[in-house]
Design a protein around this ligand. Structure first.
Ligand SMILES: [Zn+2]
Length: 176
């Protein structure tokens, strides 16, 4: 189900950048952090939802393409999917993208549920210490990826963030 030729690596050629076969653009961390801060200034605490939803939708679609699936409802019960392998694939791809080092700590395929940590988180390093997490972008990516793996609506909540003084970021992924 997962194409053996799947391109985990980042390819940059002829004005076109791809990550795992998906068109991508490289933005500086400063640009992303500045955009986030400006969005927060403009819309208040809802800024995180905007970033989260944009990533969730985009990554759900990209992950489905990576797995050769068209949309969530294309799931057919007759097929067998190695969910753990799908998750490992997405973690590998994610770890090429510069957000930090993602690690799967708990995985319950039946619930479905996952606990992941992210060390050396990039974006929190652009913030002063604060009382709320800043990795909504990553949470959205994880929710979208989880939806492609489990084929049901999923949500992701950041429970620890380096921006709050934690040693790493931590995310819980569960059914929506
Ligand atoms: Zn964080």
């Amino acid at each position: 189900m997962i194409d053996k030729d799947i391109k985990h690596e980042v390819i940059i050629e002829d004005g076109k950048t791809t990550i795992a076969g998906q068109r991508a653009m490289l933005l500086s961390v400063k640009t992303i952090a500045t955009q986030q801060k400006e969005l927060e200034r403009l819309v208040g605490e809802k800024w995180g939802e905007v970033v989260y939803e944009a990533e969730r939708k985009a990554i759900q679609e990209a992950a489905l393409q990576i797995f050769g699936l068209k949309q969530l409802d294309s799931f057919t019960k007759g097929k067998t999917f190695d969910k753990k392998r799908m998750v490992d694939t997405l973690v590998d791809i994610f770890n090429c993208a510069g957000y930090g080092v993602l690690k799967l700590k708990k995985f319950d395929e039946k619930k479905p549920y996952a606990l992941v940590t992210m060390e050396k988180s990039t974006i929190p390093q652009e913030y002063e210490k604060r009382n709320s997490p800043v990795c909504f972008r990553v949470a959205g990516i994880l929710a979208g990826g989880a939806e492609a793996v489990f084929m049901v609506p999923m949500k992701c909540k950041e429970t620890k963030c380096m921006s709050m003084g934690d040693s790493h970021c931590e995310f819980e992924i569960s059914r929506r």
